[in-house]
Write a protein that binds this ligand. Sequence first.
Ligand SMILES: *Cc1c(COP(=O)(O)O)cnc(C)c1O
Length: 440
Amino acid sequence: MTFFALRDLVEDLRDARPTLWAGRSEGVRSTHAIDAVEVQQAVQRFVRFAPLLARLFPELQASGGRIESALFPVPQMQQALQLPEQLGRLWLKADHSLPVAGSIKARGGVHEVLEYAEQIALQHGLLADGDYLQLACDAARAMFARYQVAVGSTGNLGLSIGVMASGLGFKATVHMSADAKEWKKQRLRARGVQVVEHAGDYAQAVSAGRELADQDAHCHFVDDEHSLSLLLGYAAAAPHLVAQLAENKIAVDETHPLFVYIPCGVGGAPGGVALGLQQAFGPHVHCFFAEPVQSPCFMVEMLAGAAALPGLEAHPSVYELGLNNQTEADGLAVPRASELAANVVRGFLGGVFTVEDETLFRHLYLLKDREGLQIEPSAAAGFGGPRALLESAAGQDYLQRQKLLPHMASATHIVWTTGGLFVPDEEYARFLARGRDLSN
Ligand SMILES: *Cc1c(COP(=O)(O)O)cnc(C)c1O
């Protein structure tokens, strides 16, 4: 990026105007490599636990304990977004309907709880015969009950960890920020999860929770900002998506680029997905992370890494840019990115773009109106991606640098919808009304 382009970008960022930063600059490398074997181990862990999960969660019986989502084209939405077919086809990866957790957190959060459960069970001499169903018996549950799983969360991560941990028999504690939604607290309490409310933002809830957990050797704290296990759980989404693309006869190669637009909070979920897809498709997949204009922590992290923001320390928060981290997209209201996720994706990330809250609501409404799909505001952030890429100077520059301009007609654009299944009807009705008002 030229000095002037960068200066304009930073100005847009500070003024909370939607903007796009494109990656893959010359000489930029990831500083944390993760081997494909590690992702494969996470995939295998989900496979080993599937029979147990099918036993414990009635909603997983039909899938044999697999927690997966559909991939399908959304032509009406494509039309509504005015994305011409000459620029590729729009698909949707429906993690908003993932069972158990109702969001993409069903991947990372569930994986981390399963990894902890497996470790404890092995320590206690269980699983020697490889039969995971025995973990549903009273003796195993009594053993898990002596351990605790804790997490700090704005909502969806807490739902995923809390429901899975208590489902296995662990004590489960979720530390929530003051702005967390009431229905999420209620849903957790109904499952026997202890909910602790903290004044202040998400980061403060996390550090308070971490401190309490540190004092207890029988407590595992799920650390959203640093957890490798979470990241690997998200990355494990890739092999199934690869199979879905093949089933739909969608090629991904030099002349068939794949663009993936995925909402970003700390960056663990999109970072993990991007990692898994990078391992599958190399440079032919282009992942773009979507953030609210007031919470662009991942973009800020990418810029600070390039020493482009003078006066900002390494690993800055959005507050240091004068932004307030206020957004209706509660799953994305994060002031500081995960350094782990940033260091993993830095070398291959396509880019990061920002979206205004009003756009989230308009896209939430359009998706319901045109495709009949119900998502939460955070999950709508990806829909602005294709236009941001195609219409911004930074996006055009990226397409040119990556030699993609001649191949856009054979491109596939996947918007990853990351949550919504459990949003209560009254709350969803308010989201929808707001989106409708903004659209008319
Ligand atoms: C958590 C979440 C994300 C982003 O995940 P991070 O790991 O925080 O980046 C996106 N959408 C929804 C609905 C979420 O709950």
